[in-house]
Ligand binder design. Structure first.
Ligand code: ATP
Ligand code: LTN
Length: 328
């Protein structure tokens, strides 16, 4: 069974974009591979974050993973910082990624756009190095992510190629697996922008109550006209709502167009809201139960043990390959 690896950074409240683009997908693929799903807490430090918020967000993500149906018996769920091999491997791998390619990363350019050059942390710049370490540490060929993370996985692929050319067949080549429907959920207030947890406008948060979720869908920006038709260029708002509806109901775009052929935007939005509530009501109830129990810490502890075991082997292999003198 091929290994699967992915993570989410605990930088803020999770959005519907994280749910559809990442979490729901993790739950879907977990049974056809051996998944390692983690909380990228070290990555959350790459921009200023309040310690208490970071701690709470980290527990929260673990609880959401479980609420979405990740089975801790088969899926190793863990905190990145609890497996020290991530940091150790990143120190080695940073020598095989170059400043030029790191500075061309879209996420880096976006996040630093409004920052003073003197205040950009080295960790933000080196973000893809740590991410490459996360990836290769588990010998996982399959990396399920939303569209925005594909560029980072591609860079990890470049690194693996470079590394293996030099040292032989040491690292497993990873490949991004992008969620089929919902790889890029857009903001409800500006459907030309990605829904992102660090940009609160137009987001649906998993922590929103059901009434708020419904209200946000009903007041989502739509487009001229009144036809429910999938057309990203001319109808970005409706197309985004269709993507959300499709991801929640498994209906195709054609089926959705037919369903609402003689109806207006209002009816359509009501159906999207119903589908969302239908899924979120039991999901949020499970989350509440989990977050208020001791399960999260138990799962993370067990995850740490299993992940460490896998990570240790890879780190050793890399240390030996590059010529670090390793003791028995
Ligand atoms: P931040 O705003 O802090 O950069 P984010 O909301 O973009 O965070 P990440 O932690 O970077 O979230 O992403 C976690 C996972 O969710 C990744 O696999 C990412 O591709 C996916 N993801 C994030 N936003 C969306 C979105 N709008 N649509 C689909 N997938 C998404
Ligand atoms: N950068 C990712 C989180 C992340 C990740 C990873 C995803 C860190 N390391 C390794 C897949 C594989 C993000 O979602 N922003």
């Amino acid at each position: 069974m091929a290994r699967i690896l992915s993570g989410i950074k605990p930088t803020g409240q999770l959005t519907l974009g994280n749910y559809i683009g990442a979490i729901k997908n993790f739950a879907r693929v977990q049974h056809d591979g051996e998944p390692f799903i983690f909380i990228a807490d070290l990555h959350a430090l790459t921009l200023p974050i309040d310690p208490k918020t970071l701690r709470n967000n980290s527990r929260d993500i673990a609880a959401y993973y479980l609420a979405a149906g990740l089975d801790p018996k088969t899926t190793t769920i863990f905190l990145q910082s609890s497996v020290h091999e991530h940091s150790e491997l990143a120190i080695i791998l940073q020598n095989y990624l170059y400043m030029g390619e790191l500075s061309r990363m879209t996420q880096y350019k976006d996040k630093t756009q409004k920052m003073d050059n003197n205040a950009i942390g080295l960790g933000l710049f080196a973000y893809p190095v740590l991410m490459a370490a996360d990836i290769v540490l588990y010998d996982a060929p399959r990396i399920p992510v939303g569209e925005d993370q594909v560029q980072h996985v591609e860079l990890a692929r470049d690194l693996v190629k470079r590394f293996n050319n030099r040292y032989g067949d040491v690292l497993v080549m990873p490949k991004a697996e992008v969620t089929k429907v919902g790889k890029r959920i857009m903001s409800l207030s500006d459907p030309t922008k990605k829904m992102s947890k660090s940009d609160p406008k137009g987001d649906i948060y998993l922590s929103d109550d059901l009434k708020t979720m419904r209200k946000k869908i009903m007041s989502a920006v739509t487009d001229l006209g009144h036809e429910v038709k999938y057309d990203v260029v001319n109808k970005p708002g409706i197309s985004n709502l269709m993507t959300i509806y499709s991801a929640l109901t498994n209906k195709t775009m054609e089926e959705i167009e037919q369903e609402f052929a003689n109806k207006g935007y209002g009816d359509f939005k009501r159906s999207v809201a119903d589908a969302l509530i239908n899924e979120m009501e039991p999901f949020k109830a499970r989350y509440e139960q989990i977050i208020n129990s001791g399960i999260v810490d138990e799962v993370l502890k067990e995850g740490q043990i299993r992940a460490s075991k896998a990570a240790k082997e890879t780190l050793k292999r890399v240390q030996q390959a590059v010529g670090l003198y390793t003791l028995k």
